[in-house]
Design a protein around this ligand. Structure first.
Ligand code: KG4
Ligand code: ZN
Length: 337
């Protein structure tokens, strides 16, 4: 079964064709990151307009790259939630028209479910149940993936996502947007013990996290240094910050696996690309006899292939949308279909 998927929830326009949820035939992506970098973050109106400009051409590219004719498509999947509402609406509107024109079913896909499904592409043998750490620009979640379309949230951030903290840290250090990959590279040259940064614990909710205090601590540290005319050790701060994020995420991920009795952990989302996080999780998993799965960097960030992959499993479950499908800015991963 060949599914074409449309993803436009943030600042990447992406269209992909995937066979049976696991085999990528094409994965066309156009990132707007350079444009938003001028403003230090995503400007929703610009994102929507850029999606409109390129979505049709990108769809043609997805067909060409895959060597697939339009008649060969069995269904159209689309990210309908969560994300920037204007940006999502572009994809949803386009996907509806495409499904109607092709006379094929329309499958609504939750963006975070898509991030998890990136693992099905990277690891054809991976099947639920497993524990998944989802760490993206907008979400930090510990999810028990009970089945392809059945999820239970075991822990989550109470405020900012880890990715948001990475981006803000990069911004205050003046190293650009998006900041995660840049902080990752800079941290490799720094001393993780250079700066003392806070670690938050939420009493009674051991699997929940909080990154806003850490983010504020970094901002205050940099501003204070600027006021005093002191030099910041940027690499040291990047390393200390990354260590604090890993200290929040790694032990909770292992604890969530233990609690749910899962012997497999997958990671997903843009922050899953972080090399320190990967290394620490790998070490912990090894010593606990847990199998760790992390998708290649190309599948960690937003892409259409992951939406097509999840779309396949949603379709098998009978989750189809009608032409009145609406976009939704916020929606939990365990929503009722
Ligand atoms: O999943 P994603 O591509 O988009 C959302 O759905 O949000 O995640 C983007 C986030 C950004 O905050 C970006 O800074 C972060 O992932 N990121 C990283 C790395 N690469 C991307 N964070 C830490 N280390 C990285 N290597
Ligand atoms: Zn994403």
């Amino acid at each position: 079964m060949k599914i074409i998927a449309i993803e436009s929830s943030c600042d990447e326009t992406a269209v992909a064709i995937v066979e049976n949820g696991r085999k990528v035939l094409s994965n066309a992506i156009l990132s707007q990151a350079d444009m938003h970098a001028l403003y230090g973050g995503v400007v929703p109106e610009i994102a929507s307009r850029k999606h409109i400009e390129c979505i049709a051409a990108l769809t043609e590219k997805a067909f060409l790259d895959a060597g697939v004719e339009k008649e060969e498509i069995d269904a159209v999947a689309v990210t309908f939630a969560p994300g920037l509402i204007g940006a999502l609406l572009v994809g949803v509107g386009f996907a509806k028209a495409l499904a109607f024109a092709l006379g094929k079913p329309l499958i609504p896909v939750h963006h975070i479910r898509g991030h998890i499904a990136a693992n099905y592409i990277a690891f054809p043998e991976l099947e639920p149940p497993f524990l998944c750490l989802v760490a993206s620009g907008g979400h930090t979640l510990l999810v028990d993936v009970k089945d392809y379309t059945k999820f239970e949230i075991l822990g989550s951030t109470r405020d900012d996502a880890a990715g948001e903290a990475f981006d803000k840290c990069a911004r205050v250090l003046g190293i650009g947007y998006p900041g995660g990959a840049k902080i990752d590279a800079l941290a490799k040259e720094g001393d993780k013990d250079k700066y003392k940064l806070p670690r938050a614990n939420i009493e009674g909710f051991e699997l929940d996290m909080s990154f806003s205090g850490l983010k504020t601590a970094v901002i205050n540290l940099v501003h204070r240094a600027e006021q005093k005319g002191e030099e910041i050790d940027k690499a040291g701060l990047a390393a200390s910050f990354t260590e604090a994020v890993c200290d929040a995420i790694v032990p909770r991920t292992m604890a969530a696996a233990k609690l749910s009795g899962r012997k497999k952990i997958a990671i997903a989302g843009g922050v899953a690309a972080n090399s320190f996080l990967r290394e620490r999780l790998q070490n912990e998993a090894k010593s606990s006899g847990i199998e760790l799965f992390f998708p290649p960097l190309s599948l960690c960030g937003d892409n259409g292939a992951m939406i097509a992959a999840q779309g396949y499993f949603e379709f098998l479950q009978g989750n189809e949308a009608k032409s009145d499908l609406n976009a939704c800015a916020t929606l939990p991963i365990d929503f009722e279909s």
